[in-house]
Design a protein. Structure first.
Length: 627
């Protein structure tokens, strides 16, 4: 992957220096880029989901890459329409999801790699969605660290952002930075490909389809304009002063306390201290002090403002005007709210965000040794009211916790692990919530549903299930009661268990932002890429028309053929190498899907797995450097 690395590093360097991209279309002729793209998207669950032409990752070959490159050289590659399906939203309604064919995903992934290499150094630190080494927790970390002292939260949500991105606005932004008409035309073709719904073709006039590989990076490129507007115009306009002025009432009480202590009137001094503790030390209405902070994750953003509500409303109006006039997008009226930070909470990334106010919470300063209020003004991240009850509803029927019928025919280990993964996901996502222990209620409901599922499976009492699977585990010095089952494997016995997840608040270190760490663009040849480039069938040893056979899950393959004395050679081989892929020739691939055994005349004489050729002998496609 050396030349692919060189191409991406050169593009990244140009993006960092704000140099326009020219003649970058030639990078699309590099075979290594497609192999790296294939190796990434073939791992996704949707790699074997067909679009409109039954084109999936199964059967991928180097010949497919060469055909795509040949079409791109002649500028004759056109994106086929994606298959659209509707998926339900958590709120009412549905969300359209576009499913492209695998070849389209492959080309889009290469384009995404190029655009990400160029734009990633230019994106702002306030942006966290769909970016490497960033996510919800890094956004929450920045919120916790930088929004201290906020008075008003401005919650922002763009109405139908992905579906309403204006193609002309997007292409005008891209054309500022990319001076290569052929690459721009290719991106335009991907936007204009349209979609099929109920086998009826529809044109696309706006939007980047959700489900498309290019959609996240294209939406970030457009919304980067919003980041720039807020950080370069609004924040300087609504931020001034180094610190708040002294609160006069607080100062008068401080002087009175000093006089009382000088007169050795300790009773009066303590009374005045308690009275002063109810007042802020700084002037909350200081006209010479303002602060505005901003964080965005995809199309959701939040601003923290220290100042009067009238100015917060002006900020909201300015953002709405910019989105409407410059980006042709609309703020959602229902979801764009101005919330008082100390008395109410805002919603951001599923958390309840507010500012703490506890005048009686005191800690001693390590520097001065003086008792002082320690939490006032700090950001509080909590679990929204009603969320635990909402998640627990799926385990109730008729007001009682019941078994989950969809899991009854699975193994005990699979049932226990399914419940464990669900709860661990919740506990891990809300690890920053100060009231994380509220998940204990959900844990109780899920444990009861788990036990009743096992009891229903074996037609036994709940008490018998507890006796059968009862265990204990020590985590961070604490012993937890668990439900566990041992699963023997070839190498060791694996313990599958429920419980033993601490619900204590994670200490204030939080996830460290990795802005200082250089973004790693290096691409390595993985085992599958090396096997594919070896150009040898792993069943018969042929070197003609080599392609890759895919299965969704290796566990499903083992389950399907469990207990059979004779298994097909391809099943034995995949289980032996522990891979969901098998590099085979076209003839063997056809026999696999037809359920026919591999003829003896085509099998390897040795009967042993083919050795992968050394990396030095692997044939690579010609690549051209970006000028």
């Amino acid at each position: 992957m050396q030349k692919a690395n060189q191409i991406l590093q050169a593009i990244r360097k140009m993006g960092k220096q704000h140099i326009p991209l020219t003649r970058v279309y030639r990078s699309l002729y590099c075979e290594e880029l497609y192999l790296a793209a294939y190796d990434k998207i073939r791992r996704n669950k949707g790699a074997l989901t067909p679009g409109t032409n039954n084109d999936t990752a199964d059967g991928f070959s180097l010949r497919d890459v060469q055909k795509v490159i040949a079409l791109l050289r002649q500028e004759r590659f056109y994106f086929r329409p994606s298959r659209r399906t509707q998926i339900p939203k958590k709120s009412k309604g549905t969300r359209p999801l576009g499913i492209p064919d695998f070849t389209e995903k492959l080309v889009q992934e290469v384009l995404r790699m190029i655009l990400e290499a160029y734009y990633e150094p230019r994106f702002r630190d306030s942006s966290h969605g769909f970016r490497p080494d960033r996510g919800c927790h890094t956004a929450l970390t920045q919120l916790k660290q930088k929004f201290t002292g906020t008075i008003w939260f401005i919650e922002g949500d763009i109405k139908g952002c992905f579906d309403n991105i204006d193609h002309q606005v997007l292409m005008s932004i891209l054309s500022r930075d990319i001076h290569d008409g052929r690459l721009l035309n290719l991106i335009q073709r991907s936007l204009d490909a349209g979609y099929m719904e109920d086998w009826v073709y529809h044109k696309t006039y706006s939007g980047t389809p959700q489900g498309g590989v290019l959609s996240p990076i294209l939406s970030n490129i457009v919304l980067h304009e919003l980041d720039t507007f807020i950080e370069d115009e609004l924040i300087p306009q609504y931020s001034r002063g180094n610190h708040r002025g002294m609160n006069r009432s607080y100062k008068h009480l401080s002087d009175a306390i000093a006089r009382a202590r000088k007169q050795r009137n300790t009773e009066l001094a303590e009374q005045l201290v308690q009275e002063r503790r109810q007042l802020p030390s700084g002037d909350p209405h200081d006209p010479d002090y303002r602060r505005l902070r901003y964080i965005r994750y995809a199309d959701d953003f939040i601003l923290g403002f220290s100042g009067p509500k009238s100015e917060a409303e002006a900020i909201k109006a300015a953002i709405g005007t910019f989105l409407s006039e410059k980006l042709h997008l609309t703020l959602s009226v229902e979801k764009t709210l101005i919330t008082h930070a100390r008395t109410k909470y805002a919603r951001f990334l599923g958390y309840a965000v507010s500012v703490q106010q506890a005048n009686d919470k005191m800690t001693r300063s390590q520097r001065t040794g003086v008792l002082q209020r320690s939490v006032n003004g700090n950001i509080r991240l909590g679990i929204p009211y009603g969320l635990v009850t909402e998640y627990a509803k799926r385990y109730y029927r008729g007001g009682k916790v019941v078994a989950e019928p969809t899991l009854l025919f699975n193994s005990d280990a699979h049932i226990i692990e399914t419940f464990q993964q669900r709860f661990r996901g919740m506990a891990e996502y809300y690890k920053y919530a100060v009231d994380r222990k509220r998940l204990q209620k959900l844990k109780f409901v899920m444990e009861l549903a788990l036990v009743r599922t096992l009891a229903n499976k074996y037609k036994a009492r709940v008490s018998k299930i507890y006796q059968k699977y009862h265990s204990a585990m020590v985590v961070e010095g604490t012993t937890y009661k668990t439900l566990a089952v041992e699963v023997p494997t070839e190498q060791r016995t694996r313990l599958i268990y429920w419980g033993a997840i601490p619900l204590n608040l994670v200490k204030v270190g939080y996830d460290t932002l990795r802005d200082e760490k250089p973004f790693d663009l290096s691409l390595d040849r993985t085992d599958l890429v090396q096997r594919l480039q070896a150009n040898t069938c792993e069943l018969c040893g042929s070197h003609e028309n080599i392609q890759v056979h895919h299965v969704r899950k290796l566990a499903n393959l083992k389950q399907r053929w469990a207990g059979r004395k004779e298994k097909p050679e391809w099943v034995v081989r995949m289980i032996a190498i522990r891979r969901k892929t098998l590099v085979v020739c076209h003839k063997c691939h056809v026999d696999i899907h037809a359920g026919r055994p591999i003829p003896k005349s085509r099998r390897q004489s040795s009967g042993e797995p083919c050795a992968v050729k050394a990396a030095s002998t692997v044939r690579r496609g010609d690549c051209e450097k970006v000028s």
